[in-house]
Write a protein that binds this ligand. Structure first.
Ligand code: NAD
Length: 304
């Protein structure tokens, strides 16, 4: 019997079912908050310019908000919007009592730099964790809003009971949206983390040691069964649209399935959980604003 035939079928870590459970829990919290505060819980998506993907994403957030009983609206700004105008919109939303969360769609059109406007957004309303204050909290292992896709990867690992403490974990990708915050969140869970990127000399050598792998490179088929460690758990954050319109992740699923212990599918893995995390952040944003800050993180002693 070849080793491949002996391999038990890999588990598919279903993000859709998990997201449904999370939506249901969030909907109950939104109900309770509405009753408590006597006002709706609202989220605003700010979209600058007419990027098609960004439009699809904005509509998806509105659907997601409706699902949990929150008010959602999209603020569409022309691609000619100036830095001062965008900053004013963000300041207005930051003060608006009917808006508990704000999602600024990135990337911004050429000529607008998110770094020039981001400080006009209240970090306690920054649901997708793009404000440097939140990035700082996350990098210190404290409680703040992490980018939703990065947090979704960790939510999946926790939900499916994948242990992290002490284990070798490899992150492929180091963007501020996914790879970098995933590294920090894994470290918060005491994993032993290696981060790979385009300049990594030998990706296969790094992956050979990894018991947990998070891939966020945006490159279909980058990671396949030949370079994964047998028995590893793989979370695929990639979303790639092929020429025929099919959506795939960064992992070559057929070859990976015969090697790994568990794998998130694309679609139906990290994507739906990312939406659910955003709505969970909305509820946490309402609380953080009421309390004037985020709750304290776990004591640091155990995490030095
Ligand atoms: P990015 O292009 O900003 O970063 C990609 C990272 O991968 C870089 O750090 C790069 O160095 C690394 N990389 C690329 N090719 C590599 C290679 N051959 N070997 C090693 N490292 C390599 O992309 P991003 O914004 O971080 O997004 C990554 C993927 O995650 C994309 O497919 C994106 O669509 C997806 N994504 C998904 C969600 C979600 O909600 N599920 C959210 C954001 C991004």
């Amino acid at each position: 019997v070849s080793p491949e035939e002996e391999h038990a079928p890999a588990r598919i870590l279903d993000g859709r079912g998990l997201a449904l459970d999370m939506f249901a829990a969030t909907a109950r919290e939104v109900d309770a908050l509405r009753a408590e505060r006597g006002r709706a819980v609202g989220v605003a998506v700010v979209k600058v310019g007419d990027d098609a993907a960004s439009g699809v994403y904005a509509r998806r957030i509105l659907k997601t908000a409706a699902r949990v009983g929150a008010d959602g609206r999209v603020i569409e700004l022309a691609s000619t919007t100036t830095r001062i105008e965008l900053a004013q919109v963000l300041r207005r939303l930051s003060r608006d009592a009917d808006t508990s969360g704000v999602i600024l769609q990135l990337p911004l059109p050429t000529g607008l730099d998110v770094r020039h406007v981001i400080e006009d957004l209240d970090p306690l309303k920054d649901l997708d964790g793009i404000h440097p204050f939140n990035a700082g909290l996350v990098s210190r292992g404290e409680i703040g809003f992490a980018p939703s896709c990065a947090e979704a990867a960790l939510v999946i690992l926790r939900h499916f009971g994948i242990a992290l403490a002490g284990r070798p974990a490899v992150v492929v990708g180091r963007s501020n949206v996914v790879g970098r915050p995933v590294q920090q969140l894994l470290l918060r869970e005491s994993a032993t983390v290696t981060v790979c990127h385009r300049q990594t000399r030998d990706l296969a050598a790094e992956l050979a040691r990894a018991e947990v792998v998070i891939v966020a490179a945006g490159s279909p088929g980058l990671v396949d069964g030949s370079i994964l460690r047998p028995g590893s758990v793989v979370v695929d954050c990639g979303i790639n649209v092929l020429a025929d319109g099919t959506i795939v992740g960064d992992v070559d699923v057929p070859s990976a399935l015969s090697v790994v212990d568990a794998l998130t599918p694309v679609p139906g893995g990290v994507g739906p959980v990312t939406n659910a995390v955003l709505m969970d952040h909305l509820v946490r944003a309402v609380r953080a604003q009421a309390e004037g800050g985020f709750p304290d993180a776990q004591p640091m002693e155990s995490r030095a």
